[in-house]
Design a protein around this ligand. Structure first.
Ligand code: PHE
Length: 349
């Protein structure tokens, strides 16, 4: 069909407004519009073909309008395409907008073992590996299990109100877990190989290095022919397992009512390697426990024949071991439940 002059003008106007009003909701609809207007057989394309059939004069007249129409069509279709694409993106974005994957994840704080529990378990595990078993006992004890059976003389200062929390005349909070060992010896015949963890209580002023509540692990080994060499070997094994292969121990003579001979055990300072530093106060050694051969009087008190059996015992403070292992400088931190302190032990178990 060949358009006449008026008709051409009308057609251009009609297509212009149709194109301006064209709408599309999907990319397929945009494509359909493109084909309908500027495709090979589209309405604008068709008009352009008609236009080329016009005479030179007419061409001049409509050239600009036709061109304008074509550009308007191309532009509008591009515009619709962009609108549809943006709508698709923003609709999926609106679903995602509640979940901004670029935000840092909210941290789910995972709890961890208290350093005292963790180190207590480490100590127990070291002894379990060489055949010791764990034994338990009450925190509220009688005088016999804490002092009497352990050869404390009647007037020993540890029995004093100053050191011990009494519940009643004869009932008290245990000052050491040696009371568990007495209970084990009373009910079990040798061989005995136990480790006794637990809370102990002493009437001490609270400071960075002392607390009225703390934790101990004590150990007891009773059998025929148990010697001081066994004690030394066992403690050296413990020191190496606990503080590292390079660790060595030394024993200093000491006194406990329930052991004879008795010793304080030092481990070589693992911070300075024995050269001397602030933690070991320049000595190269750190005191970690008390130990000794069980006094025959204690064995007899518990019904064990001291002419047949011998044994050794040792006892250590879990707070102190933890301080030495992890460089904790103030004992009070263990009891404050400050997360900033506790979370530093997340990797310790
Ligand atoms: N019972 C002692 C204490 O509390 C430690 C210890 C145990 C010492 C066994 C020697 C032998 O402190």
């Amino acid at each position: 069909m060949i358009y006449g002059y008026e008709c051409m003008k009308e057609k251009i106007e009609e297509l212009k407004s149709a194109i301006a009003a064209a709408k599309a909701a999907t990319i397929e609809e945009v494509e359909a519009l493109r084909i309908a207007y500027i495709g090979r057989k589209g309405r604008v394309t068709e008009l352009i073909e008609q236009f080329s059939a016009l005479s030179g004069e007419q061409k001049k007249e409509f050239g600009r309008d036709i061109n304008g129409l074509k550009n308007a069509a191309v532009e509008r279709i591009a515009q619709l395409k962009e609108l549809v694409e943006n709508a698709v993106n923003s609709s999926s974005a609106s679903v995602e907008s509640d979940i901004d994957i670029t935000l840092p994840a909210s941290v789910q704080s995972v709890g961890s073992r208290h350093p005292i529990s963790a180190v207590k378990q480490q100590i127990l595990d070291i002894f379990h590996r060489i055949g010791f078993v764990t034994a338990d006992g009450p925190e509220v004890e009688d005088d016999w299990h804490v002092f009497g059976a352990l050869n404390f003389p009647e007037n020993h200062p540890a029995r004093d109100m100053q050191d011990t929390f009494f519940v009643d005349k004869d009932i008290l909070l245990r000052t050491h877990t040696s009371s568990i060992q007495v209970r084990v010896m009373e009910r079990q015949k040798p061989p005995i190989r136990v480790v006794c963890p637990g809370r102990v209580f002493r009437n001490e002023a609270i400071s960075y290095r002392a607390h009225c509540i703390f934790h101990q692990v004590e150990g007891l080994y009773i059998d025929k022919n148990v010697s001081f060499a066994d004690l030394k070997q066992t403690i050296e094994y413990f020191a190496k397992e606990c503080f590292g292969e390079q660790s060595t121990i030394r024993l200093r003579p000491s006194y406990f009512p329930f052991t004879e001979p008795s010793a304080e055990v030092d481990v070589s300072c693992n911070l300075c390697g024995g050269k001397g530093c602030a933690v070991c106060k320049g000595t190269g050694w750190l005191e970690i426990m008390g130990a000794g051969m069980v006094d025959p009087a204690v064995l007899e008190s518990c019904g064990i024949d001291s002419s047949v059996y011998t044994g050794f015992a040792f006892g250590m403070g879990v707070e102190r071991i933890t301080m030495l292992k992890y460089g904790v400088k103030d004992l009070r931190l263990y009891f404050e439940n400050d997360e900033r302190f506790l979370e530093q032990f997340k990797a310790v178990y």
